[in-house]
Design a protein around this ligand. Structure first.
Ligand SMILES: [Zn+2]
Length: 211
């Protein structure tokens, strides 16, 4: 399988309003966790982040916010950012722009029930990284779309935890927006990779911040 660990260079050019890597002057990394919150994995992530005074951004699925609002409140209480990943993890290539916007609004309504973010920015990441120009156009007035610069493939069960970690350490640079998942699919790799990734980059003097 061909894996694009780094963002293919043509994409930022196609979608200039979208965030990929962030401009930074110092050793900052932006960790992001997609698809939660869930009780099996998200509390583990919070505990690991706390050990390194690391902050992160959680792109939540609306349905998971409905099921586990107490975990989402814990994420906020620990100084992390909650962000939008649609209500039911829908694919842009299979959903009309109008129906897609409804999914995003519905997730945003659930986020607002949980509580207020420190930041007023409405950050949104499309499930599966799927976007079209039409979807970008309809979302952009209200939402800041966030993609990534480093994809760990933690969700890929055919990738060993050791390889997943080695690749992550190789592709993460200052200003990187890193995709990880607080999901059951990614759990095995995440439990191995996250503590080591935090330890490695903390040791090099990096700070982990919210977007
Ligand atoms: Zn997702």
């Amino acid at each position: 399988m061909l894996r694009f660990h780094r963002t293919p260079p043509v994409l930022p050019w196609l979608f200039p309003k979208v965030w990929w890597r962030r401009p930074v002057q110092d050793k900052t990394i932006f960790l992001t966790f997609d698809d939660g919150p869930i009780p099996e994995v998200t509390p583990f992530v919070l505990q690991q982040l706390a050990q390194h005074q690391a902050k992160a951004t959680f792109f939540c699925v609306g349905e998971n916010l409905v099921r586990h609002p107490e975990i989402a409140r814990q994420v906020l209480a620990q100084g992390h950012l909650l962000a939008n990943h649609t209500h039911q993890h829908v694919k842009a290539w299979k959903t009309s722009p109008q129906a897609y916007l409804q999914q995003v609004h519905q997730c945003q309504a659930e986020l607002e029930k949980v509580g207020r973010n420190l930041s007023d920015k409405k950050l949104f990441r499309p499930p599966h990284g799927q976007l079209t120009r039409q979807h970008v156009r309809i979302l952009s007035p209200e939402y800041q779309i966030v993609m990534w610069s480093a994809l760990t493939y933690d969700f890929d069960a055919t990738l060993s935890p050791e390889k997943c970690l080695a690749k992550a350490l190789e592709i993460i640079k200052p200003g990187a927006v890193v995709v990880l998942h607080d999901s059951l699919k990614a759990e095995r790799n995440l439990r191995f990779v996250l503590p080591r990734l935090l330890h490695h980059f903390s040791g090099l003097g990096y700070a982990f911040k919210t977007l």
